[in-house]
Design a protein around this ligand. Sequence first.
Ligand code: NAD
Length: 462
Amino acid sequence: MSAADGASAIPALVASARARFRSGATRPLRWRLDQLDGVARFFGEREREILEALHEDLGKPSIEAYGAELSFVANDLAHVRKHLGGWMRAEKVRLPLVARPGSSEVRREPLGVVLIIAPWNYPFQLLMAPLVAALAAGNAAVLKPSEVSRHTSALFARLLPRYLDAQAVRVVEGGVPETTALLAERFDHVFYTGGGRVGRIVMRAAAEHLTPVTLELGGKSPCIVHRSADLDVAARRIAWGKFFNAGQTCVAPDYVLVDERVHDALVHRLVATVRSFYGDDPETSPDYARIVNVQHHRRLMGLLGEGQVLCGGTGDEATRYLAPTILRDVPPSAPVMEEEIFGPILPVVAVSDVNAALRFVNARPHPLALYVFAGDAAVQEQVLEGTSSGGAVVNHCMLHLAVPDLPFGGVGESGMGSYHGRWGFETFSHRRGVLKKPTRIDPPIMYPPFSRLAKAVLRRLL
Ligand code: NAD
């Protein structure tokens, strides 16, 4: 459904997806595998158009788009496809004496019709990866791509239904009015990725129907660099994580807290790394993305102003270019240290030691990711034990997303619930506890009236 169809078409569209779910067609393994194969064919046959749309939306370098969008989802899909039969198998559990004889098991059942709302920064991955999980779990799905990444959104609406059960999987294009109309409908799960402000709107709307939600939000993901870190590697990996997709990544390192004894050595290496990645003029680099739109460009330029600019600090609104920027001596009260940056600006803050870094992190909401660079294993553990975050990586950035068996999601203000691999299948499944009893044996001692003997026996049994 395109935005031109208007929000009024939404109730009928959701009802049709629900009718398809109720028919039972989406439950069998065969249907699920067919849908996953359809998604895989969509990638395979439409790769060029997908990469073009991503380039038009975000100037995504093709290798970034291929790695973080297409192949990322393809790998997750292959993993899910391989294990799905096993995950769907009912899980036997032991019976306590009181429930014997009998058998009991946990069944994973589809939830029904789920709503997936995606943001613009990885417009392909963040719609497709939840869809893979929802289909694997046997659900019908309504998809709402972000209107901000409009080329990718239009591509989904035009092409995706051709590869899938077009009644069970619906694409709704549009912005606030369409999303508001969708949220007024009853879904069986809402999976939202985006900022916390809209996350609250989504959760409030879902509460009206007592619909469970997964909220994949953001936040300021810190990088802690200890003096025992390999600084060359740390600088390379932090700069890679930060400037990938021009910093518009929910798990990008937002800022660096570095031991003051190695602060100068690290910033020197970070600046040199930026030059080695993107040359003297990053604007001409084919490996550097653009800011998604003018509003975000203005917001990011507005974050510059406090702290010393070590490199970058310039931009061109017309082309939405913003130079990879490294700042030092930024006061903790500066706006760039208060809101999630979500762009190619990296403030580096010196701290006296690890404890000061932990105090800094723990005085703020739980981030989506936390990165610690340290050679000393005791320091690595001290940081992991002393903080909370959605996920964490030691001595690298962002790569935890590529491990399909790691749950990906936030905690506290960075979100609730998780997905990827089996975790996504679990998110979109209901775990139904089933006990089966034979009727052959039905001791009267279980029922009133209870004699003294019956009570004594039951007290031992229960
Ligand atoms: P966005 O503006 O594209 O919004 C996300 C979705 O919410 C869109 O589909 C949009 O149509 C919808 N929306 C916007 N306003 C709405 C409203 N008033 N009512 C209902 N729906 C509405 O994306 P964004 O929020 O700018 O995304 C950036 C944020 O997302 C950052 O905070 C980032 O960290 C976070 N993020 C998180 C993850 C993750 O996996 N946890 C991934 C990417 C981005």
